[in-house]
Design a protein around this ligand. Structure first.
Ligand SMILES: [Zn+2]
Length: 415
């Protein structure tokens, strides 16, 4: 019989925005569980993936077998009826249901990630059909990010009036205002989309001179925007004075700092660029992304496609936060984004405390981000330390326990 609970190792990648060497939490956690992995000091380690997506796949620790192969061989036991049926249903019968519906990661961010959106399902299917090399699956990719350290991000658009005030009151920015908005006091979605596209298409020289003017502009009448001048030099140092994404991020997007435990939900088509911090990230099982800046030319995608996919509309910064509820005498927080694919539970225990996570009808994967302890499941006991990753089959109850003088923090992804 197949084991219903087993330990995994993840895969770390090396995008240039990652923290270097053992400064990277992703690398440290990966190294603790996988004795064959040791981070080099001056190499960036950006993400630890621990799902079954083929790019950076998780493996079973004891056999080094791919998690995806093990799931494929034991669909009924390890994925369960619900996931198999849902995958069939939502893929129009194309998926055979051998996959986890989600993809969890740890990110360690030293500098801005590409300015990006993830296509919705309709667009993803179209892009995957046209260009399967770039868009490697036909799925959407709504994602959540939970801060482990203070986490800086650009996400969603500022209210239209704030964007409008910046672009009309700073003379050097007026060149980007589209004709359709010249005489309008209320910029609509199309004007904003055109504005973003015009900025993204600006020549490097224009970006450089506009940024210099922005740094000197008098923002005293727009108190909420004064942070722009603190961040501008930092972004310029990261991606040169000529990257138009700097202007898009600072002038049109919300800038937020999340505290540990706070979370963000990025819906499909939501613009975002993460800036710094360590986070737990989870998304629908997809790797589709459209980049428009803060990256090398080879990673850039079609700017028209990017602009066309943007969604504006009235949004409050507060709405970007993903609220959580607490269960189990407040030891577990549940982050439940408005999508069917997954929920994330954060369990924090003091020395000697324990917590039971009930049974779920889909597969679960968890990672220990802090501390030491053990857990009981399926009639067995397993040790836990920082970096431990386990797969738990549907219907298996898990009981975590922190060691006597140790805290324990565990993030569990469930369906
Ligand atoms: Zn993203």
């Amino acid at each position: 019989m197949t084991d219903r609970v087993f330990q995994l190792i993840g895969s770390c990648n090396n995008f240039p925005w990652g923290q270097k060497g053992s400064k990277s939490l992703a690398a440290r956690l990966c190294a603790k569980a996988d004795k064959e992995f040791s981070p080099e000091d001056d190499k960036p380690y950006s993400e630890l993936w621990f799902g079954d997506y083929p790019d950076f796949p998780a493996r079973v620790l004891s056999t080094r077998e791919l998690l995806s192969d093990v799931l494929d061989k034991n669909k009924e036991t390890l994925l369960g009826k619900r996931v198999i049926e849902e995958e069939l249903l939502y893929s129009g019968g194309k998926q055979t249901g051998q996959h986890l519906p989600y993809l969890p990661k740890i990110l360690s961010i030293a500098k801005a990630l590409p300015l990006q959106i993830h296509p919705d399902k309709y667009l993803a299917e179209k892009l995957h059909a046209e260009d399967p090399e770039t868009f490697t699956d036909a799925n959407h990719k709504p994602e959540i990010a939970i801060a482990l350290t203070p986490f800086e991000v650009f996400a969603g658009f500022k209210p239209a009036q704030e964007i409008q005030a910046l672009f009309t009151q700073i003379p050097d920015l007026r060149q980007f205002i589209p004709d359709s908005a010249q005489n309008s006091t209320n910029w609509d979605e199309n004007s904003l989309r055109e504005l973003v596209l015009t900025v993204l298409r600006a020549t490097p020289e224009t970006v450089k001179s506009v940024a210099a003017a922005l740094q000197k502009a008098d923002l005293s009448s727009m108190k909420k925007q004064t942070y722009i001048q603190d961040l501008l030099p930092r972004l310029q140092e990261q991606y040169s004075e000529r990257d138009p994404a700097t202007l898009v991020a600072l002038l049109t997007m919300n800038y937020m700092t999340l505290l540990p435990g706070e979370a963000l939900y990025i819906p499909a088509d939501g613009i975002h660029a993460y800036l710094s911090g360590d986070i737990v990230e989870c998304m629908a099982r997809s790797n589709n992304v459209v980049n428009a800046g803060f990256c090398g030319p080879s990673e850039m995608n079609n700017l028209e496609l990017f602009a066309k996919s943007l969604t504006f509309g009235e949004q409050n910064v507060e709405d970007l936060y993903l609220k959580y509820e607490e269960i189990g005498s407040s030891k577990t927080r549940v982050y439940n984004p408005p999508i069917r694919e997954f929920r994330v539970l954060r369990t924090t225990l003091g020395g000697g405390d324990f917590e039971v996570l009930g049974q779920y009808d889909g597969p679960g994967v968890f990672i220990v981000t802090k501390g030491r302890g053990q857990f009981k499941a399926d009639g067995k006991e397993f040790g836990l330390e920082e970096g431990s990753i386990y797969f738990v089959a549907p219907g298996v109850e898990v009981q975590f326990e922190a060691s006597k003088d140790q805290e324990l923090e565990v993030f569990t992804v469930v369906v």
